[in-house]
Design a binder for this molecule. Structure first.
Ligand code: SAH
Ligand code: SF4
Ligand code: F3S
Length: 470
């Protein structure tokens, strides 16, 4: 449910926080800085832009340096190593705080939705000032005020919410592209996955709010949007006036001035024929489908609670390619799910070979406490998992290199995205299919589309040159 009163209230807290920052600034005799570190997925990246929006609104200067006056970690807990990274870095932060006692440290995001984590931080990381979760992130300004008024740790975690709070400030990382949440949460409960427990139930935003936000972004210079949801294919089903994702795409496609539309993530079980048609019809929708497979074994897919078979998955791929022959297809695969046999793994490899993915993210299964899979007894031993992982990675790499090579010497449309990190005479741009190309250029080109000739394929990226404006 949309809550307009809440938006108003949060702007009052923003005003209050501005005064607190001003006072602290006067005490310190200098501007205060803030640093927001993001772990995890695009959702978190977008949430971080909202956090930076508020922090810069109230007077902090944004920096990448963690020696800042306000440091916040926006955490991820999808795999164990995501958690370990956060604990490791908190150690460093405690040292920074000893040197700058006025420093404030906050933690938010998915990891904070886990009770054991919060208990551990309360006990062993007492220097943290503020902890909040994913459901009350819209209250950041209010929580910040409370933390500034208090000497002890403020902890505010909610189990769930049905609220959607619109129109709060946000500060984009890129001037020309932006993530746009179309929905929050997840209802799928794949048996290995912690996301539904830490992000709550599925809630869709009203289409008019989404369109209004994108129109605002375009007026502010944005040419590419990435529509974000854990399962965009079930978008709009629970709205008072249901809307399909395919029809949302058609509406977004009409927005004048917008050049490119991407979306993430598509769950195969809900991918409709109408979505394929919409992708084909809509000229701004990029020719790229990220379609997580997880496993090629129908037996395992059932235990994973994915609700599709190997054959159904392959059929979707066939239909996509039939409708949009040059579409890039990418995926996520988990190796070592409990009970995975050599036969199951062979099925995964078979799908990889049949589909010929343009790229694939491969993950070693990570046990997440509280999920059904974590309680399964037949966990696969580490050595076997590692062996399978290496085999899969090699296969995936060979295929994606081969696929990338196919575009060599072609001229394609590219969005200039940023100055190359190593060589400032080069611009890094992205193809519609999400691949990256480096080409000679200047900063003023950023955010614009060009026809670029892909002179040389370097495995995962290209070297090219601009031949014309798009
Ligand atoms: N909503 C998206 C996925 C979000 S999580 C979808 O359903 O496609 C991103 C990826 O992390 C997943 O696709 C999966 O491959 C991986 N993942 C999730 N839980 C995992 C776990 N417990 N261990 C290893 N990888 C996991
Ligand atoms: Fe996790 Fe499955 Fe939801 Fe994706 S769809 S976030 S994998 S539970
Ligand atoms: Fe991680 Fe949360 Fe995204 S667990 S992958 S940051 S939804």
């Amino acid at each position: 449910m949309r809550d307009l009163e809440e938006t108003k209230l949060q702007y009052e807290y923003i005003e209050k926080a501005k005064k607190y920052v001003k006072e602290r600034e006067e005490q310190a005799g200098r501007k205060l800085t803030c640093c927001v570190k993001t772990f995890g997925c695009q959702m978190n990246a977008r949430d971080s832009e909202k956090l930076i929006g508020i922090l810069t609104d109230i007077g902090y200067e944004d920096t990448e340096d963690e020696h800042a006056d306000f440091v916040i970690y926006n955490t991820c807990t999808v795999r164990e190593n995501a958690n370990n990274k956060v604990y490791g870095r908190l150690g460093y932060l405690s040292n920074y705080k000893k040197k700058n006692p006025q420093m404030m440290i906050a933690l938010c995001g998915c990891m904070m939705q886990e009770q054991e984590v919060v208990e551990k931080i309360r006990k062993s990381y007492r220097f943290v000032n503020l902890i909040f979760g994913t459901h009350n992130i819209y209250k950041f300004a209010e929580l910040l005020c409370r933390a500034m008024e208090s000497d002890s740790m403020i902890v505010d975690i909610w189990k769930d919410t049905d609220k959607i709070v619109e129109d709060l400030p946000s500060r984009r990382k890129y001037s020309f592209k932006s993530g746009v949440n179309i929905m929050f949460g997840c209802n799928n409960f794949c048996s290995y996955c912690i996301v539904p427990y830490v992000r709550g139930r599925e809630r869709s935003r009203e289409p008019e709010d989404i369109i209004r936000e994108i129109e605002g972004l375009v007026a502010d210079g944005v040419t590419e949007v990435m529509l974000l949801g854990q399962n965009v294919n079930s978008y709009g089903k629970n709205l008072e006036n249901p809307v399909t994702f395919a029809n949302l795409l058609r509406e977004v496609n009409k927005i004048e001035g917008l050049k490119r539309i991407r979306f993430m993530t598509s769950h195969p079980k809900d991918l409709s024929d109408d979505l394929i048609l919409a992708m084909k019809e809509c000229d701004k929708v990029c020719k790229h489908m990220h379609l997580p497979l997880q496993s090629g074994s129908t037996r395992l897919l059932e235990i994973m609670n994915r609700h599709y078979t190997k054959e159904q998955y392959l059929e979707i791929v066939r239909k996509l390619r039939e409708a949009i022959p040059d579409i890039a297809i990418t995926t996520d695969i988990i190796v070592g799910f409990p009970g995975e046999t050599e036969e199951d793994f062979a099925e995964t490899l078979d799908v990889v070979k049949q589909v010929q993915y343009d790229s694939a993210f491969t993950f070693i299964y990570s046990k997440r406490t509280g999920t059904p899979a974590a309680a399964m007894e037949n966990q696969v031993d580490e050595q076997t998992v590692k062996r399978r992982f290496d085999v899969l990675l090699k296969e995936v790499k060979e295929i994606s290199e081969k696929k990338a090579k196919l575009l060599e010497h072609q001229t394609v449309e590219v969005l200039a995205e940023e100055l190359n990190e190593q060589d400032a005479s080069l611009i890094t741009g992205r193809l519609s299919n999400n691949s990256v190309v480096h080409f000679p250029g200047t900063e003023d080109m950023i955010g614009k589309l060009y026809q670029v000739r892909l002179n040389e394929c370097k495995g995962f990226y290209y070297l090219g040159e601009v031949v014309a404006d798009a």
